[in-house]
Each structure stands twice: as structure tokens, then as C-alpha cells.
Write a protein that binds this ligand. Structure first.
Ligand code: IPE
Ligand code: IPE
Ligand code: MG
Length: 243
């Protein structure tokens, strides 16, 4: 890491392109999902080493239930197995695991595993790894509004609503990455991405590695984050001189 540069505090990633990775190799789509898990391990390790505070990974959207039943079943099973096999290692690395999204459609076994993993790692104060599964940005905003209604709110403010979002405890993402070449948000963190720096790469998720992550972070360092202000209003160290 260049001297004096801080990594983004919060990185959010849409891990896309597993199916195409497999198709290119004449393999079934699910082989891409399996390899995608290897990329997750590498990126989690790299973020921990770099001192990233929060890493949020989009694993399964509210719309992904529309996929063929056997692919959905495979993904749920992969998630369950990953929780079984990876949580001890995450815990050993002082990583806190959180799962974001609705659990209403998950099996009892998966829900139980998620609870156990969250509880086991709850006291860790290293990297916070959030897995968004059966997550949708619209779902998140609607559940937040419903919670306000239940509390008897008569008016909704930005502050009150954002306090009810599933990730209210985390800073908003500084850097958003999407692999797989598509340039869209696909119902990921709609509210929280309002001022994130967006980075898109054609790399397919199973090919995304530490070097690719470093490239994304280098791009992030080139950005001037103005949050509505003018460049001249920013402190010197936050200004990026344009050629
Ligand atoms: C992302 O890869 C993983 C999930 C959405 C679960 P895809 O499965 O969407 O891969 P492509 O986009 O079809 O290549
Ligand atoms: C977004 O990828 C969701 C995840 C990576 C979990 P999709 O592959 O589902 O997105 P679309 O359908 O191409 O927009
Ligand atoms: Mg896709």
C-alpha cells in the first residue's frame, strides 16, 4: 500500500460472472459458484491484511430465487457448507460474520447455522464480513419503513430510516465493485451506495484476486470525493489534481 494511503473503510462487492466463467470452460454453472467461493477466501484474506474495516459481499439477491430450482438448491447448499467449514477459520482470524437479508425462505438448518456463526464471531473486532443473501436494496428500505410504522412513527426522516436499515451499524460503502462486466446495481445496497465510488471490471468473479482488488483500490485512490461540495472546499489531502 502506498505510504500515507488508507484502504477504503468499507468495500461492497457484487460477485458476478460465475455462470459465464463455467460456461467458457464447458462446465455446469454451479462449477463457477464453487470456484467463486475460492475467490471469496482470497478477497477476505486480502481485505483483512490491508486493514479494510467492512467487506460486504452480495451472494444471493431477492431476484435470484427466479433461477432454475437446481441452481438455487446448489447455492443454498454451498452457503450451508461454507458456514460449516469456514467459520472456525474466520473466527481464528478475528473476523466478525454477519448475514444480511430476509431469512424467511431459508431452511431451518441454514437459519440455525447463520445464527451460530454470527454468535460465535460476535465478539471479534477485526474485519466485519457481511454476506448479503436473500437481500435486496428495496426489501431493506421497505423493512426499515415498516419498523418505523410499528414504532408508531408519524413522519419519516432520513436519519430515522437509515437507523433501521440492516447495516445501520456500518459506515456506508466507500468503494463498490462489480465483476462480470455488467454496469448495474441489481438491487444491492440502494440507499447505502448513494455516495460510494463505483468500480466495474470485466473480470469474472472466480478470476477476481488480490491483484484485481488492489487495482480497484488504486482506482478508488484516484477519485475525488466531493459529497456535493466543490473541489476547492476540500482539505488539501482530499483533493485530486486533474490533468
Ligand atoms: C453471480 O454469478 C452469483 C450469483 C448471482 C449467485 P452469476 O451466477 O450471476 O453468473 P453469470 O452472471 O450468469 O455469469
Ligand atoms: C447480482 O447478480 C446478484 C449477485 C451477484 C448475488 P445477478 O447475476 O443476479 O444480476 P443480474 O440479474 O445480471 O442483474
Ligand atoms: Mg450474473
Amino acid at each position: 500500500m502506498p505510504e500515507g494511503r488508507q484502504p477504503p473503510r468499507h468495500i461492497a462487492i457484487i460477485m458476478d460472472g460465475n455462470g459465464r466463467w463455467a460456461k467458457k470452460r464447458f462446465l455446469p454453472r454451479v462449477a463457477g459458484h464453487k470456484r467463486g467461493l475460492d475467490a471469496v477466501r482470497e478477497v477476505v484474506g486480502a481485505c483483512k491484511e490491508m486493514g479494510v474495516g467492512y467487506l460486504t459481499l452480495f451472494a444471493f439477491s431477492t431476484e435470484n430465487w427466479r433461477r432454475p430450482q437446481d441452481e438455487v438448491t446448489f447455492l443454498m447448499d454451498l452457503f450451508l457448507r461454507a458456514l460449516e467449514h469456514e467459520v472456525s477459520k474466520l473466527h481464528g482470524n478475528n473476523i466478525r460474520l454477519q448475514v444480511l437479508g430476509s431469512r424467511a425462505r431459508f431452511s431451518a438448518e441454514l437459519c440455525e447455522r447463520i445464527d451460530r456463526a454470527e454468535q460465535k464471531t460476535a465478539g471479534n473486532d477485526g474485519l466485519v464480513l457481511s454476506i448479503a443473501a436473500d437481500y435486496g436494496g428495496r426489501w431493506d428500505i421497505v423493512q426499515a419503513a415498516n419498523q418505523l410504522l410499528q414504532q408508531g412513527a408519524t413522519e419519516i426522516t432520513e436519519e430515522a430510516l437509515s437507523r433501521q436499515l440492516t447495516m445501520s451499524w456500518a459506515p456506508e460503502p466507500d468503494l463498490f465493485i462489480r465483476t462480470g462486466g455488467e454496469q448495474r446495481i441489481s438491487n444491492f445496497l440502494l440507499w447505502q451506495l448513494a455516495y460510494s465510488e463505483l468500480y466495474f471490471t470485466d473480470l469474472l468473479w472466480p478470476d477476481f484476486d488480490r491483484a484485481a482488488l488492489e487495482q480497484a483500490i488504486s482506482s478508488y485512490w484516484q477519485r475525488e470525493r466531493r459529497f456535493g461540495r466543490t473541489s476547492e472546499q476540500l482539505p488539501e489531502h482530499l483533493r485530486r489534481d486533474k490533468p
